[in-house]
Design a protein around this ligand. Structure first.
Ligand SMILES: [Zn+2]
Ligand SMILES: [Zn+2]
Length: 186
């Protein structure tokens, strides 16, 4: 009998996907797991702070209601991002994330399909300072994309942070603007 085992990356991404299913926001499901020496040392999903009312309980997502494009205006988001929760949960457990690997899985809850996941600005900054070495993100083709965190820091050292080329929701922002312009013409 031939048994086909998943690669380590897809195995961990599958666990991150399961974690994402606990998300409490309609907009996007995200799950993060942190792996070090082949052990899962922390997990996190998108969710409102402990013991507060989340988007599902409110029956709406504020940012959805106000039509805010992905990647913008995080100050009016009820949730703590999955990467942030993974970092916070490691502090609760007293576990260091130095040189660890983050797996980030993203999904559109409306379609149940994986998306090109990528940390937002705020999470990127936190990931750099947490000491995580590698970030592995889900793609919409069911594969993974790897990023070296030191490259992000180097890029931001050379250019300004606001010149960031890779940004979550950038494409979607463009589409959103296009849609708006089309509507206006009608
Ligand atoms: Zn929400
Ligand atoms: Zn984030």
């Amino acid at each position: 009998m031939k048994i086909k085992r998943p690669s380590k990356d897809l195995y961990y991404m599958g666990i991150a996907q399961e974690v994402a299913r606990r998300s409490t926001c309609y907009r996007r499901f995200f799950g993060t797991i942190v792996v070090k020496d082949d052990q899962i040392i922390s997990t996190g999903y998108v969710g409102a702070p402990r013991k507060t009312k989340d988007c599902l309980e409110h029956g709406n997502c504020l940012r959805d209601k106000l039509n805010i494009p992905h990647g913008q205006r995080y100050e009016i988001c009820r949730s703590v991002h999955s990467e942030q929760n993974a970092i916070i949960n490691s502090a609760r457990a007293g576990v260091s994330l130095l040189d660890a690997t983050v797996y980030l899985y993203g999904e559109d809850p409306k379609t149940g399909k994986a998306i090109e996941a990528f940390p937002c600005f705020i999470c990127k900054k936190m990931i750099i300072n947490s000491g995580v070495a590698t970030v592995i993100c889900s793609t919409d083709k069911g594969k993974v994309k790897k990023y070296k965190v030191s490259t992000w820091a180097n890029e931001w050292h050379k250019n300004d942070i606001i010149d960031d080329k890779t940004q979550y929701g950038k494409k979607e922002n463009k589409k959103a603007t296009k849609r708006k312009t089309k509507k206006r013409k009608k």
